[in-house]
Design a protein around this ligand. Structure first.
Ligand code: TGC
Ligand code: FAD
Length: 392
């Protein structure tokens, strides 16, 4: 792969709106991605393997629990810093950002928000340092967009719970130490349970043959009469709103992350088009190529402003789920369109692993599907503005 010469676009001087802390956190993440992710990521993606050696680095830049309080090992940062970390990591690879999203927003967040003090003390510091890795089991083979239909269930056996069922498409599952699993009790009410590797009847087979998110490990969570200690139930929130609350936080991070992938594609295409000579001129001199570049930077700038404003609202606890859906949907679509255009600008070179664009493009096919598909987020906006539910 070519050396990482990335220069971040900031067309509307967004840097003026960031605090010194935001810039410090972002620049540290940016440097780390250049040093520790860019040189190896293409090779790991080609091999379809998650690079476990970057776990310590992710912890050091604060990517595991950026907004979790420091007393639990988190970085204690605000929501904009969290977003900027996700942007920088996804600039490197969406699969690496996935690992950080799951660990922070889908594993640490529910333990912090819905767990007991004992659960927080036991799990959060180890998850923040990367000593333990987590996964989040909501999706099932027959229940993806409709998680409320889940059939994974647990029974109260007096001194423990008995968990049965299966989850599919689970990021980090093949190597996770703990899984936050959503299952129904005997009354059909959804609860979160912390399941630990090593519990009898719990297995995590890997899903192979992915053309997307190849540097992220994806798999299943299978529960066959797993005895879960009663103290592993998350007691402070139940119902579908509990996992959906975690998704709000992860979807917000993706809204920023997608900007990173788009920035990388734009920056690569801009540099390439100024160097590539055809018909005696750099291809950047042709109007058609300038149109592509001008539209890319316009869309990136709009996405940056959307994410920044959403970050302000999140900091004030005023961001609605529907506002988060709009940003996730818009920014991922923006990124995937830019990846497709940028790939064309590199001609044949665009399909090779010498450049990051094709990898981003394929990764974004997962990003536009997970954490709520593109259609589901549109319907969330539709419901919000009309008051009419078009899901069912
Ligand atoms: P509905 O009846 O609308 O709602 C049920 C309850 O949930 C509440 N609620 C929310 N709460 C918090 N945050 C949200 N975003 C919420 N949305 C809804 C709602 O108020 C209600 O509460 P209550 O107290 O009245 O019971 O539920 P529904 O069954 O009609 O479904 C709505 C729908 C379709 C929007 C929802 O199911 C949905 O978002 N589906 C998409 C599923 C999804 O996003 N799955 C993601 C799995 S995790 C993942 O992909 C990780 S990828 C990780 C990575 O690698 O980065
Ligand atoms: P389906 O729900 O079957 O949807 C198929 C199509 O039908 C989509 O186009 C959808 O938009 C459309 N559709 C569905 N319902 C409606 C409707 N009411 N109206 C109109 N159109 C509709 N899940 C986890 O729990 N944890 C994870 O860590 C995780 N990681 C993932 C990693 C990867 C790489 C991938 C690909 C997925 C991951 N997921 C994870 C699962 C992901 O959240 C689901 O794939 C997603 O929610 C969609 O579910 P589905 O794939 O079953 O598609």
């Amino acid at each position: 792969m070519k050396p990482d010469l990335f220069e971040a676009p900031d067309y509307y001087n967004l840097d003026d709106l960031f605090t010194d802390e935001h810039k410090l956190v972002r620049d540290a993440a940016r440097e780390w991605v250049k040093r520790d992710v860019s040189p190896i990521i293409e090779e790991y993606a080609q091999r379809a393997e998650f690079p476990k050696q970057i776990i310590n680095g992710l912890a050091e830049i604060g990517a595991f629990g950026p907004y979790i309080p420091e007393e639990y090992g988190g970085a204690g940062l605000d929501q904009i810093s969290y977003g900027l970390i996700m942007q920088e990591i996804e600039r490197g690879d969406s699969g690496v950002r996935s690992t950080a999203s799951v660990q922070s927003s889908l594993v640490m967040y529910p333990i912090w928000k819905y767990g007991t003090e004992e659960q927080r003390q036991k799990y959060l510091p180890k998850l923040a340092s990367g000593e333990w890795m987590g996964s989040f089991g909501l999706t099932e083979p027959d229940h993806g967009s409709n998680p409320g239909g889940m059939t994974t269930n647990f029974k109260d056996m007096g001194d423990h719970y008995l968990l049965n069922g299966a989850k599919l498409w689970i990021s980090n599952s093949p190597f996770c130490d703990v899984a936050v699993v959503w299952a129904k009790n005997e009354e059909g009410r959804i609860h979160g349970l912390i399941v630990e590797r090593g519990m009898e009847g719990f297995s995590t087979p890997e899903t192979h043959n992915k053309w997307s998110l190849r540097a992220s490990a994806t798999g299943e969570l299978i529960f066959q009469d797993v005895k879960v200690p009663k103290e592993n139930l998350l007691p402070n929130k139940s119902g579908l709103g509990a996992p959906l609350g975690c998704l709000d936080s992860a979807r917000y991070g993706i809204a920023w992350g997608a900007i990173g992938a788009a920035m990388d594609c734009y920056d690569t295409a801009l540099r390439y088009s100024k160097e590539r000579i055809q018909f005696g001129k750099p291809i950047a001199a042709f109007q058609l190529q300038q149109k592509k570049l001008a539209e890319m930077i316009t869309e990136i700038t709009k996405a940056q402003l959307l994410a920044f404003r959403l970050g302000q609202l999140k900091n004030e606890n005023r961001a609605s789920s529907a506002q988060i859906s709009m940003a996730k949907r818009n920014n991922v679509e923006m990124a995937i369109k830019i990846a497709r255009e940028a790939r064309q600008m590199l001609g044949g070179m665009g399909i090779t692993g010498e450049y990051s664009i094709m990898r981003h493009m394929m990764n974004l096919e997962s990003v536009i599907t997970y954490e709520g598909t593109h259609d589901i987020h549109l319907l969330i906006t539709g419901l919000d503005i009309t008051g009419l539910n078009a899901f069912k």
